[in-house]
Design a protein around this ligand. Sequence first.
Ligand SMILES: Cc1cc2nc3c(=O)[nH]c(=O)nc-3n(C[C@H](O)[C@H](O)[C@H](O)COP(=O)(O)O)c2cc1C
Ligand code: SF4
Length: 496
Amino acid sequence: MGVHRLLPATELTTWGLSSRDRTASRGVHRLLPATELTTLAGYEAAGGGEALARLHDLGPEWVLDQLDAAGLRGRGGGGFPTATKWRSVRGGGAEVGTRYVVANGAEGEPGTFKDRTLLRANPFAVLEGLVVAARVVGAETAYLALKRTFVTETALVRQAIDEMDGAGWLDGLHIELVLGPSEYLFGEEKALLEVIEGEDPLPRLVPPYLYGLFSTAPQLGWSAGAGDGDSSNPTVVNNVETLAHAGTIVANGAEWFRAIGTEGTPGSLLVTVSGDTRRAGVAEMAAGTPLRTAIDEIGGGVTDGRAVKAVLSGVANPVVTSEQLDVPLCFDAFGAIGSGLGAAGFVVYDGQRNMVGVAHAVSQFLHVESCGQCPACKFGTGEVTARLEQLLVEGGQPDAIDTVAARLRSVTDANRCYLGTQEQQVVASLLATFPDDVDRVLAGDPGDPVPPVAPITDITDGTALRDERQANKRPDWTYGEQPLSSLVRRRQAPSA
Ligand SMILES: Cc1cc2nc3c(=O)[nH]c(=O)nc-3n(C[C@H](O)[C@H](O)[C@H](O)COP(=O)(O)O)c2cc1C
Ligand code: SF4
């Protein structure tokens, strides 16, 4: 069986730029082709379908061994080993009930636009990986979850499912497209299961690989089913990029996957760069590429020749400083500097920004998006946001910092999901790493305004468009007439 890649490695292609500006260097084309592959014929001509052929010939255990050997780790943020997840769901035995697979395309991490870029450029690669996952774990129904607002991706995926079905690629597997709400928590895997079951995105207690979709075992969810007989229905939830990588590993083998990347993070990554850079974009790079290279080659460097002051890896990990920009893009190296690779979505802040303002913007986003099931999370993020805002508006209130520190210590108490930890890690790291910025704010100088933190809705001609409605979103998930933050309201008010 011939070994081939979807497309050969050539130059870096930065999506989100006009085609004239796309080309730079160091890129790979394993998942993101140089031009979109949106028909089954085009996908097949580029090597698509090989994963299903090999699965058919060599079987699920061979697939799991390849994924293990390839060392694929989840690209949804946590970096969990994919083979371990699939094996645990496959291995439960018949008594656990029905198994399911879910492709997580709910992408809502601020600073990330790689899943939508992948779905636009290569939807069949995601679907082929999803079919492989379903076959390996023995699922007869698979779900692909997108936000209702992802109109372009929904149309492409729907058409791709139809084409694959028509060509017999699904072989009886039912793939259901689930269109969910705009809330950040929709992407959290335990909340995602709730949405698929028709509920609001409120995370359950137990992870999907233990108690999955339509589980009747006691899974302590918000609306746990109390059906007869215990059926835990273990469910694989994988990020769409992870599934696409899985397909290429099955098609080309573990050794091919490991030909680029690092020992701990083999393969390529879909990287998003935005913020105070000359441009925003998404590109596929070998894992291990320095963060600085991603900022320079995808982002074109920092705006107006200024210097990088700090980089946030989504809103889920401690800050990366300007001294740490040579950190390789891999899970281990980011862990070693005390941060996290997350979903490889990087927001760059230049020297004009005060990091207390950034901490406030992140905290407000997390407070608004917190679902409130855990009091320490909703209350703590709210208190931190309010105190930071008070500092930024009124200056010198040293006790405000003590209150923020106290809330950050307890914001994770008895939490169902990771959101409270995100608040703790991002806000605490910003305040601890930039004490001079805290002093400046206490002295009444809040620096340049920081834009509200919000999901990217598109990247066109190098500009990242952000969800403008986010600024007006209230902590009860309704939308007000005005921005929630008085800092933003002041900026928008016409001057007298
Ligand atoms: C608040 C929150 C939001 C998340 N949003 C997403 C998301 O939009 N997309 C995603 O794939 N994973 C998201 N995750 C991670 C998922 O819970 C889950 O770990 C992931 O889908 C597993 O896939 P992987 O193993 O392929 O990484 C989020 C997690 C948290 C705590
Ligand atoms: S930690 Fe926060 S966001 Fe997560 S379930 Fe609890 S209240 Fe909701």
